[in-house]
Ligand binder design. Sequence first.
Ligand SMILES: Cc1cc2nc3c(=O)[nH]c(=O)nc-3n(C[C@H](O)[C@H](O)[C@H](O)COP(=O)(O)OP(=O)(O)OC[C@H]3O[C@@H](n4cnc5c(N)ncnc54)[C@H](O)[C@@H]3O)c2cc1C
Length: 476
Amino acid sequence: MTRRIVVVGGGIAGLAAAHRLIELNKEKSLDIEVVLLEASPRLGGAIATERVGDFLVEAGPDSFITEKPWALRLCERLGLTSRLVSTQAAYQKIYVVHDGRLEPLPEGFFLLAPTRFWPFVQTPIFSLTGKLRMAAEIFLPRGALNGDESLGAFVRRRFGAEALDRVAQPLLGGIYAADPDKLSLSATMPRFKEMERAHRSIVLSMVSEQRRRARNREAGSGARWSLFVTLAGGMQELVDRIVSRLPEGCVRSNTLIARLIRDTDKNLWKVTTGGNESLEVDGVVLATPSFQTAELLGDVASTAADDLKQISYASTATVSLAFRQKDFPRPLDSFGFVVPAIESRKIIACTFSSLKYPGRAPEGHVLLRAFVGGSLQPELFHDDDATMEKNVRDELASLLGVIAQPLFSRVWRHPNSMPQYHLGHQARIQRIEAQLAKFPGLALAGNAYHGVGIADCVRTGEEAAEKVINHVLGGC
Ligand SMILES: Cc1cc2nc3c(=O)[nH]c(=O)nc-3n(C[C@H](O)[C@H](O)[C@H](O)COP(=O)(O)OP(=O)(O)OC[C@H]3O[C@@H](n4cnc5c(N)ncnc54)[C@H](O)[C@@H]3O)c2cc1C
């Protein structure tokens, strides 16, 4: 008998889930019909790439991390290995805005801790007092290791306020478009918590980690890929390749799901669209943002729905601008810069897209991408396109000296796109998962739960697919 599993949400998590279901269907010669339902006309969710002449413009994510293997492995299984592109090592530098000027992040500085002495001593980013406070980290005892601590409190405790305000906030907060004083350390950067537990000092732990990596490199077992990679045709290529592997009729776009009902007698789920069309299915993966998932689960698991509603989201916009190289008074030489909130500027960060990856701009041209909004400057997200672009251009004129009219610009908005892993996030997710454990044919996936990056979204999608298919088969 044919069993039917539905995936709701066609972002990368839902696509990874649908793809894994199809893979398992083939591998195990199963008889499962997979249906992917997406509210909007297009697939990919936050991922979208636009070609403008010879420029390649990313609307959302421009890369994924290779340290976490799930997106990389998916690309390999999709036959995309030859399309993967590492970052351009020659420009592997980033700047931090400091008193209105761009200063290079000292070599060996990793997110919140220095690992090399001289570059750290020489940087003007920190005052002498700030540097002494940061250096004292290597002598500090472990903190209380129980309980949830905010990322901001952790950095202040170990490295002092200057380290947080000048570097950690723009680098770490930037990943989540978030306020580090609200973010949970355990939910966002568990690695640092573990370093403190295992080695006491974060700096000493990172130095020994770097030595280990250097030894591996010397022994020839260095990584094949850079820390972040993209695809030659942009991140959309991943989406398009997954879609090409899904059977005909599997994807239904323009299909908003409004309700989910459990039919215990028939051991089925009823998925209802906004247009009141119903689909009876054996298993469901919900790969929608958590506030949408809460709506869908309202009738089925109201307590879990209440917890899902508590996960707040931030909105960000990306503003891409194309220039000629000669429009810049000094040649650009890095991946871009980040902007500490204390600098009170109207952008969070700017990526020099055509320096970070090859093939993003034609010869003699530069593609830049600025980030606007986030949880610390929510009001700027609501500016109209013209105002947003003007603000970005004013900032770039002041920081990079580029005053020329851009060849073209693109503003992309991502409303409520960045889930905020605030204090208590992990406990909340555990509660949600415990409440949903009584429905083994239902699984959640996406960026709201166990990591916001693409690699984690792929993992949650694939794990959700495996959980649901195992249940459906077990019930055969
Ligand atoms: C500007 C920006 C830059 C980023 N940069 C990076 C980066 O460089 N690297 C990285 O790893 N990550 C990055 N991220 C994070 C990453 O892109 C996202 O976390 C990830 O793409 C989210 O995937 P998802 O499938 O969970 O959700 P989404 O992409 O949000 O997809 C959810 C889908 O569900 C659909 N949907 C919602 N409700 C319904 C409904 N009721 N019925 C049917 N469909 C519904 C939506 O239309 C959407 O298509 C970035 C994010 C943003 C916004």
